[in-house]
Write a protein of this length. Sequence first.
Length: 665
Amino acid sequence: GPTGNSFGGKSGNQHASTASIIVGLALAVVVLAGILSRSRGGMVLTMLGGTLTTLLMIRMKALGKKSIAVLAGIGVVVLMGLWLHGTDAITEELETLTAGSLDQLDHTEGRRIIWSTNVRAAKAFPWLGTGIGSHRDMHHAFLDRAVPVEYSHAESVYLQVLSEAGIVGLVLFSLAIICVGWHLLRALRSQSHSQQLCAMALLSGLTVSLVSCIFDFAWYLPGCMTITIFLTGCAVQLGRLTTSEKMSRSARPLSRWAWGGAALFVGLVFVSIERHQLPYVRAASAWNRYLTLSLNASNEVDNRITNRDNLVSMAIQSESRDDKLLEELEEVVRVCPQHSRAHLRMASILLRNFARAQQLAPNPMDLSQIRDAAIASKFPSRPAQDAWLNAALGGNRQLIDEAYVHTTRSIATSPLQGRAYLYLADLVFLQGVGKEGTSQLLAQAHQLRPHDAAVLFILGREAALRGDTASALQYWKDSYHSSPEFRRGIVQTLAPQMPPQVFLEQFQPDTNMVRELYAFYRAAGLDEHAKLVVPDYAETFKEEALHASGSTATRLWQRAVDAYRFAGDAERTLECCARAAQASPTNVEAREDLARQLLDMDRLDESLKQYQWCLNKKPLDDKLRRRVREITKQIDVRRMQAIYQVDQGSYNNPTAQYPSAVLQR
């Protein structure tokens, strides 16, 4: 390549020095960014790339004084950046790497869960896998527990290739890596020192990329994969450049037919990409707008509202929100008709609109009741059933017809979506399918989503309709603990029908669930049920308060106070009032609450002491001043009554007028 002299003496050297400084600063920024990201994987890969590059430079005797100076400069810049930023958070992350504990490395168990899930999928379909691009949908079927997230990728490129493409795909993947490695090895053995240095740089970059694929899905990120493809192309081309002149001369050029075939193949690939992938790109903006709207809106209908006027108002607001969501989804499926998730979301919203409309209808039957009635009627023909549905549902019929269309399209384009079969189980009666078909669809949904709260909830409902109470209860218990999405529905369905102790025993609710149960009882006016839950409910706040301090602890103790006071447990109310005041000694409201409870328990002297403390802190509070006067007056009255009773006792008992010594005489 050109030397410094090619640029004209000192000017060329100055340009080279400037370029070295710029490259060094750029590398320093990259290293510093990798460390400050606090990504353990990023820090490990940064150290791996730097170490490997340094070792290769030493091996090739390319580590001259200038290179050492550049490395030293990088080190100085990085150390200065760390000194300015601080190292406490970074040190904490690094300590998890050196601790040697999987629980610290993967404290949420997220990677271990999805890795084991992909291993089970690979065992089920070992040779060809579940299909390229199926991970987002297929992994639900192989999870061994309910998880609150959806794993779009396997957090390991190699495991995802194995589960989606099987052993055949993994072998092809390995052969591609070996092929690139062979080209790099040829370049490293080249007689050209510059080609060796280029191969060294490519080897470091590709090694880091391959290592990152062990514990991350880097190659599924377009930015990361673009760089990897670029490095791979450079490696292959560099290997070709190092081919000996003899081999180059003896090689036979490809014929025009070969070049034409290659061009045709590439053209077909691009046509396929344009046909299948480009629509997703065009629909991305509308899909993202839909996701933003759906995340910002609450899609739950509060079933506790029974006032019809409030229900109408809420229905209008929900309908307006869903109309906006449907507009975005309609744009998605218009641009990308094969977008299975958009079709499924449209079906979900249409079913929700139908349920909302039926609540306001003269005959408010839900979809499952309509389905069961239609199947039980055994209509002689489809037109007869359609006539009955039109009469029973009116204009609402169109909503379930559209939902059926979008559900079937969703399954046709992606048959691994479990909730689609769940919706279809409620809609397939429109085509004259009976209970057997419904049961098969529910079984398919359960196979694809064994831990999905919606699937478990519906299976419980169907079991209850069959009279299988034990199975229904088990399905509902699993749904209850799988996701908060259906917890409210289960509470509202079952809590009024069983004693609170039985509900607590069967469902074993955690802290949040106990609080939801108590809130439901209070909102539903089931005060006696709520009082039975108070011990568990208040205990959740007491446990949390013991691990808190200051005003936070005071608020938690006060929540327990409210519960015990509602239940009429004066002693525990007083105990929690005292703990609330103790947690925040200067909190006037907590002291006043303690004083009020002491007053309610007729402990006037102690109550007066607390009220006087509050009055000293708020001397202008007329309410406190009146309360102090009232309690003082009550205490004085009681003292006078006590004195009067003593005097009366002395007057009525003559022996009380003489000392005991006199009486003994």
